[in-house]
Ligand binder design. Structure first.
Ligand code: TXA
Ligand code: MG
Length: 337
C-alpha cells in the first residue's frame, strides 16, 4: 500500500474522512502525539490498526471524537464526566466511562465494560472525525513499544506502506500522551499522567482524585489498571539512562565515545557541544515534554550513538508525566545510582 500524504486543507480533510468511512487507517495529528485513526464501529478497520501497530489485542483503544455529542450512543456520560469535558475538551484528557449495552466492539474495549474517550485539541482532526460521522479509535501512531510520534515524519518512519494516509498538521505541542482518568472507579483515579494534572482535576471536580500511577498506590504484585501501562513502552532500541541535573558535572566527566546527551539549555551551555552529540530539551518542563520523544527517535536512528543520557525533571505537575515516559524508555536505568 502506498501511504498518501495529506495536509490540513479542506480538500485533504475531505479525503481523510472518506478514507475513514471506507474502513481505511489514517494517522492524525493531536496536540499530544499523532494517533492511528479508524472507524471505531467497523471491526475490520479496528483490526487493521492493531495489525499496523503490532499491538497486543488485550490493550483497549481510545474512542476519539470531534464533538461531545458523537459519544451519546456509546457511553454513559455522568455529571462529573460533563464537568471534565467542559473544562478540558478539546484537550489532553481521556476519560474512562461505562459503555452502553453492547454499544462498543470488544476489539475497542478489550472486553471491558468501560471505554476510554477523548476529544483532541486539533481542528483538522476534529473536522475529519465529524465529517466521517463516527468516532475513531486513536492509539498513538508508533509501532507498539516505540516512542510515540510527535511529527508526521515519525509516523512515516514507523507506518509507511502499512496505512492509507497521514494527515500532517505539523509537530505536536504537548509531546506526551493525554492524562487518563477513570470515572468508573469508587474514587476518580488517574491511570496515566499527562498535561492535565491531579490538581487541575481536583479543582474542577471539587473532590479528591487519586493518582493510581504513584508507586505507593500500587502493591508489588498488582496489575496496573490501564492495561497499556503494563507493557514496555516508549523505548528506543538503544540504552537510555536517566540523570539528575545535580549529577551533571559528574556525567560530563564520565562521557565516552558513543554517548549522546539530552538536556535543558542551562546544562548544555557547559557541554563541549562539538564533541558530544546533544539534543536540547529547551528551558522548562513543557519544552522538555514537547521534545523528549523526538530526541529519543533522533538518536535511536544515529549510527554513531550507542547510549542516550536524558535529564530528569522535578517530580511535580507535567514533570510527573515526563518522568513517567522517560522511566519507561530507560527501563529504570539511572546514572550514579
Ligand atoms: O494522547 C493520547 O491519548 C494519544 C493521542 C493519539 O490521542 N493516544 C494514546 O492512545 O495514547 P493509546 O492507545 O496509546 O493509549 C491509551 C491508554 C492505554 O494505556 C490503554 O490501556 C488505556 O488508555 N485504556 C484504553 N481503554 C481503557 C479502559 N477501558 N480502561 C482502562 N484503560 C484504558
Ligand atoms: Mg501508545
Amino acid at each position: 500500500m502506498k501511504t498518501i500524504n495529506l495536509t490540513n486543507t479542506a480538500a485533504d480533510i475531505d479525503q481523510a474522512a472518506a478514507l475513514i468511512q471506507a474502513g481505511e487507517v489514517v494517522a492524525f495529528p493531536t496536540e499530544t502525539v499523532y494517533g492511528l485513526g479508524a472507524d471505531a464501529t467497523n471491526d475490520q478497520a479496528v483490526q487493521a490498526v492493531f495489525t499496523a501497530k503490532g499491538r497486543p489485542a488485550d490493550n483497549p483503544l481510545i474512542m476519539t471524537v470531534g464533538s461531545a455529542s458523537q459519544l451519546t450512543p456509546y457511553v454513559e456520560v455522568s455529571h462529573q464526566a460533563r464537568q471534565l469535558m467542559n473544562a478540558f475538551w478539546p484537550g489532553s484528557l481521556t476519560i474512562i466511562l461505562p459503555v452502553k449495552d453492547n454499544a462498543v466492539s470488544m476489539l475497542v474495549t478489550g472486553g471491558l465494560q468501560t471505554a476510554a474517550v477523548r476529544m483532541p485539541d486539533n481542528e483538522a482532526t476534529r473536522a475529519m472525525i465529524r465529517q466521517a460521522g463516527v468516532p475513531i479509535v486513536g492509539p498513538s501512531a508508533n509501532l507498539s513499544g516505540k516512542p510515540s510520534p510527535t511529527t508526521a515524519a515519525h509516523v512515516h518512519h514507523d507506518m509507511d506502506g502499512k496505512i492509507a494516509a497521514i494527515l500532517d498538521d505539523g509537530p505536536t505541542q504537548v509531546g506526551v500522551e493525554s492524562t487518563v482518568i477513570d470515572l468508573t472507579a469508587a474514587v476518580p483515579t488517574i491511570l496515566r499522567t499527562g498535561a492535565v494534572t491531579q490538581k487541575m482535576l481536583q479543582v474542577i471536580l471539587q473532590k479528591e482524585v487519586v493518582d493510581g500511577t504513584s508507586q505507593k498506590s500500587l502493591a508489588a504484585d498488582e496489575v496496573p489498571k490501564a492495561p497499556g501501562m503494563k507493557y514496555r513502552h516508549y523505548a528506543p532500541d538503544k540504552p537510555v539512562i536517566v540523570f539528575d541535573p545535580l549529577d551533571w558535572q559528574d556525567l560530563c566527566q564520565q562521557l565516552v565515545a558513543g554517548d549522546a546527551v539530552m538536556a535543558q539549555e542551562a546544562l548544555l551551555a557547559d557541554l563541549d557541544q562539538q564533541t558530544w552529540p546533544n539534543w536540547s530539551l529547551g528551558e522548562d518542563v513543557a519544552s522538555a515534554s514537547e521534545n523528549l520523544f523526538s530526541g529519543l527517535r533522533y538518536f535511536d536512528d544515529k549510527e554513531d550513538v550507542k547510549r542516550i543520557f536524558v535529564q530528569s525533571m522535578p517530580e511535580m505537575e507535567l514533570g510527573k508525566a515526563y518522568n513517567n515516559r522517560l522511566g519507561k524508555a530507560s527501563g529504570g536505568q539511572h546514572f550514579n545510582s
